[in-house]
Design a protein around this ligand. Structure first.
Ligand code: NAP
Length: 477
């Protein structure tokens, strides 16, 4: 189903596509495949809705967002099932993601009340200078499959709170959770046209959003490759852009760290979502003096990972999204082994029993990784953990920053001065210090370098949906 101008509908072309369960290879559901005409209808609806929506008080918009959040909260269990079915993450992780998705709605419902302007001292006695904050207008949002619900509300909540209207195109692998968000918005009574959902052909739907002069801002979460293309396309109509792109997170373990906690953190950061998050650890750097001990602790703790269909109780790691994703993980492992890495565990697709039918890839740890290996500089986006070693703090900071990416990084140490020294030297938008899971709704999330531009979350996240307007008043004073 698409959701355009307050109604759930089929695509104008009547085309559909299948949603596949990566744990079983079975079709979960068949959904409408939107195209250019649907995207245009959604843009028209969002344009029409913009004026009345932007003129509502923040308190009114708060009520709609809060109600949407409450509806989703009440449906956590059923939406979690859909997320697990469409992309494989274990139910507990799916519920955690829904909690985060709701946090964004709750948080921005409130934050909309705090969009303050400024007064500025004038240069002459008879002038008064003011700055208003106004919504940018119609926004196009394009989201990935790895967090099918949280990546939508992280954009939708600040946009709507700021007074913008929106067209969302969710990833084709995961349209089902997206539909649930729009059902909740509909039931909460959000006026027609304010929020629209057009899943389907990326080239047609996103192409139409990019070409439209009505769409004043594009917010994208996905690969760096596609993000760069969208930035290029946005130039023609000079849209504002927010880009949440790929990452290549270093995870630094110093010899003074609590190695048990560091190993737990590395596993949580690396194997959550089967290694398919933009903030997943890509390179684990361990100080040489504790490298063997750390690897042994990690190998022991990894035995607790339970791979399987995420719907089953107790499963902690599900399938990858599709076969192409598994091929990339395999390519990185083969390249690393050929260049001298040693396999500590895993190393290939799971071929036993029921799991054979799905996209299950064994959690993998590689020792003796080096910077010549592809895994050291390309985003693997899979459950593969390469361990590198280092001697000094200076050396590891150089290694950690030697990448085009700059999203998340992690440091494990008990030394308070080192925490700040290293965190300040890391060229990343996020630094988790003895913390492998730093993402929360109230803090800024985003990267530098080729990991993107702009921030989502917290008071920073609403900035991207607002423009400054300067008023200069000349008075008879
Ligand atoms: P992706 O292939 O770039 O797709 C993301 C979205 O863009 C999907 O809706 C997709 O539609 C659409 N798309 C694909 N090709 C397009 C094109 N040529 N023109 C316009 N739109 C296009 O990324 P993904 O595989 O879904 O997600 C994984 C990537 O996202 C990783 O690199 C990860 O690091 C990054 N990510 C970043 C963050 C962050 O906050 N920084 C968060 C999560 C994920 P279809 O699905 O229809 O192809």
């Amino acid at each position: 189903m698409l959701y355009i101008n307050g109604e759930f509908c089929n695509a104008q072309s009547n085309k559909t596509f299948d949603v596949i369960n990566p744990a079983t290879g079975e079709v979960v559901r068949t959904v409408a495949k939107g195209g250019a005409a649907d995207a245009q209808a959604a843009i028209d609806a969002a344009q029409e809705a913009f004026k009345p929506w932007s003129r509502l008080t923040a308190k009114d918009r708060y009520a709609y967002l809060k109600k949407t959040a409450d509806i989703l909260r009440g449906r956590t269990d059923e939406i979690a099932q859909l997320i697990t079915l469409e992309m494989g993450k274990p139910l507990a992780e799916a519920k955690g993601e829904i909690g985060l998705a709701i946090d964004y709605l709750d948080w921005y419902a409130e934050e909309g009340k705090r969009i303050y302007g400024d007064t500025i001292p004038a240069s002459t006695p008879n002038k008064r200078l003011m700055v208003l904050r106004q919504p940018v207008g119609v926004v196009g949002a394009i989201t990935p499959w790895n967090f099918p619900i949280a990546m939508i509300t992280r954009k939708l909540a600040p946009a709507l709170a700021a007074g913008c209207t929106m067209i969302v195109k969710a990833a084709s692998a995961t349209p089902l959770a997206a539909i649930e968000v729009f059902k909740a918005l509909h039931e909460a009574g959000v006026p027609k046209g304010v929020a629209n959902l057009v899943n389907g052909s990326a080239s047609e739907v996103v192409g139409t959003l990019m070409a439209s002069p009505v769409v004043r801002k594009i917010t994208f979460t996905g690969s760096t490759e596609v993000g760069k293309e969208l930035v290029r396309q946005s130039a023609d109509t000079m849209k504002k852009v927010s880009m949440e792109l790929g990452g290549h997170a270093p995870f630094l373990v110093f010899e003074d760290a609590d190695l048990e906690k560091a190993a737990e953190g590395a596993i949580a950061s690396k194997f959550r979502n089967a290694g398919q998050t933009c903030v997943c650890t890509n390179r684990i750097y361990v100080q040489k003096s504790v490298a063997d001990e750390f690897a042994a602790i990690m190998a022991e703790k990894m035995k607790r990972l339970v791979m399987g269909n995420g719907l089953q109780e107790g499963v902690t790691i599900g399938p990858m999204i599709d076969r192409a994703a598994m091929d990339k993980a395999q390519e990185h492992i083969d390249d690393a082994v050929e260049k001298g890495a040693t396999l500590l565990s895993g190393g290939s697709k799971v071929t036993e029993g029921e799991l054979e039918k799905g996209c299950f890839f064994a959690p993998t740890v590689l020792l003796n990784a080096t910077h010549e290996m592809k895994i050291a500089y390309e985003e693997t986006f899979g459950p593969v953990a390469p361990i590198f070693t280092f001697e000094t703090e200076e050396e590891v900071i150089r290694y950690a920053n030697d990448t085009v990416y700059g999203l998340a990084s992690y440091v494990y140490t008990k030394d308070g001065s080192r925490m700040f020294r290293v965190a300040e030297a890391l060229d990343y938008g996020i630094v988790g210090i003895n913390d492998a899971l730093p993402t929360v709704a109230q803090a800024p999330f985003g990267g530098i370098k080729e990991s993107g531009v702009g921030r989502e979350g917290g008071k920073y996240g609403i900035e991207d949906y607002l423009e400054y307007k300067f008023l200069s008043l000349q008075l008879d004073i």
